[in-house]
Design a protein around this ligand. Sequence first.
Ligand SMILES: *[C@@H]1O[C@H](CO)[C@@H](O)[C@H](O)[C@H]1NC(C)=O
Ligand SMILES: *[C@@H]1O[C@H](CO)[C@@H](O)[C@H](O)[C@H]1NC(C)=O
Length: 797
Amino acid sequence: MSSPSLLLDTISHGRKENPLLGAPPLFSYVFLGISAANDLILLNCGSAEDGIDADNRKWYGDSSSKFLLSSSGSSQEKAEFQDPSLPSEVPYMSARVLTREATYRFPATPGNRYWVRLHFYPSSYGGRNESDSFFSVASDGITLLRNFSAAITAKALTLAYIMREFSLSPIHDSIHLTFAPSDKHSASYAFINGIETMYRLNVGGQFIPPTNDSGLARAWYDDSPYLFGAGIGVTFSEKAQIRYPRTVPKYIAPTDVYNTARSMGPDSNINSNYNLTWVFQVDANFTYVVRFHFCELEMIKINQRVFDIYLNNQTAEQMADVIGWSKFKDVPVYKDYAVYVSDLLDDDELWVALHPSSETGPEYLDSILNGLEIFKLSDTSGNLAGSNPEPSQMLIAGGSAGEDDTSSSKTRSNVIGGAAGGVAAFSLVALCIAVYQRQKRGIDSDFNARPSWLPVYGGSNSRSGARKSITSTRSYASNLSSLAVSLCRHFSFSEIKQGTRNFNESRVIGVGGFGKVYRGVIDGGTKVAIKRANPSSEQGVHEFQTEIEMLSKLRHRHLVSLIGYCDDGEEMILVYDYMANGTLREHLYESNNPPLSWNQRLEICVGAARGLHYLHTGAKYTIIHRDVKTTNILVDERWVAKVSDFGLSKTGPSLNQTHVSTVVKGSFGYLDPEYFRRQQLTDKSDVYSFGVVLFEVLCARPALNPSLPKEQVSLADWALNCHRQGTLQDIIDPFLNGKIKPECFNKFADTAVKCLADHGIDRPTMGDVLWNLEFALQLQERQDSNPVEHGGAASDS
Ligand SMILES: *[C@@H]1O[C@H](CO)[C@@H](O)[C@H](O)[C@H]1NC(C)=O
Ligand SMILES: *[C@@H]1O[C@H](CO)[C@@H](O)[C@H](O)[C@H]1NC(C)=O
């Protein structure tokens, strides 16, 4: 069979109704292309002209295209605003605005599988309000998107543009994509089968950009953030010539996927005692197809490396032997397995585990994996669509600048399932579509069939992994380890009351998501900060325990020291060293404090970087702070910076494994876009947030300021944009004008920009950041013939 490929790329925009005009719903798309061969044709919707995108690909205007079945009731519009994070004008700046159902039709070969990517750039087109646009997309009976709002989704993700990818297997010789404005009477669609790509990983290898994919412009991500537990195996690679058999067309996965692999390690004893495990966050109540890509790079005979494959505790395959399947080394093979993820049993997680099998007496006890893809299948009503994510309260309210601590705990819970920061997550305008011809061997390879072992569980109504951590213990510290208890002093409630004059309001020095912070005195004279949890904050229980566990074991010049705690009755109270100069933020903006000199700012940044570097590498476990921001960097009376607030911290299980699977938490404006995309935390998420802090220090403005023009709201996006344009100098704190040595400025800006790289792998480590900031400080001081500028900062080393 030939392998035609269909590419669909869409930009969409629309509106539900215009209360002023009383107009019917509007929406628009930019579509993509199609081809009978393997090349891609991209359709730029709402345009009469062809155009070239940032990757030099040609997009055809759709207005005269044969793919759009009818253009009546539609108009071509230009976006009114070009977001600086758009990679190019084409295809985003134009859109077709539709006022009634419209269909695109692409030729296809029945039984082949096609990937469809829809790209959306919500913006104002032709004076219409983007947030009024809701629409559904269906393809030959499958609902791909239902009542979808590109504007709400993009806003919740704080992305300028978004992409959705689907895989379709037409029964007839064409694929129809029908876009319908949502209204109460919109047609409901029957079902067949649709697939949405959730994860695509190059196991044991590095990020593969779309430009290096085998013609289909997919991004393949590093698998390490998804690994679970301490046993993460070893990675290896080979420059071998990968030989694709007839059963594995080249577009299935590029050679870079098969050239690298992860195995369990050289020691059979160790291997037989652990599972090589990956964990993925998914939507419950859907069936997923997990595609395993294998290519043996070391073994040459059968029964050398034999292993079992588990999906969510179910055996998917016993005695898998890659050479047994592929016959030869360097020959790829892939296998598909389906699994239903139940709300009740699986907690929104999909676990993939490999374990050596000893049954056949293989030469090694080991397992191997080269690549992994996870696809979501439509449910029994033909639906793939989830609901629109909920934007944070703060964004909705357009509220006060800066993520406010007072509201953060509420905000956080609303964020779960869809928050993010920074530039567009899908930074590539890739679009294309590929045809997957299904592998016809074996029941496990049948993409469309339900394998016999597929578990089907009853439903449940309990949901949310996040809530699981909430305990119902009465004494909130009763779960503490004995080590933490021994390192940390216990205070009685009466001691605390005395020390704060019965929580006198005049002693409040801060209000956080956790509760209020009071200035206090203990032992007849020692100044302390006393943080008292709001007893109604259930979220706080976990954070309370986390903070005691973490801080009691950590002592470092640049970390705030925990002196003790009080857990009498319902109380959750933490007692810290007192930081006379408060938070870094209150010395940057929106306060009456005199501005800090550049040297002081640099020294504070160096100190905070050193504290974070210690968290990441200095302790027994890697600790990811998870909520790095200028209100969590405190300064003592000698201007020494101390990192505080570990309530959200997570430990990585080992030094090698610095990521944790988790729901998205943190503060808006500082969130790592990759953390959001993958809901996986790494130490590089802290590096990203720290990059935002560096720009805050340089520009003296909040990370998010909704009152500014749209392109300036996010400091990270705005600073990166200005840096690209060479105008960063224009947005710095006016107080610093002429006071930063150019070499120092360049070094500092360069470091901050690198921290904000879209992919964690491209960001420096905290150690590199520290080194660069120290160097920047030297560059500043080296030529600093005027010591007056050097404020009272304590030099810390
Ligand atoms: C590996 O995973 C399977 C399936 O979840 C489980 O039954 C088995 O106990 C695990 N083995 C180890 C060593 O963790
Ligand atoms: C999953 O299905 C169960 C039972 O039908 C339902 O109670 C639950 O809310 C569903 N969960 C999600 C996430 O849709």
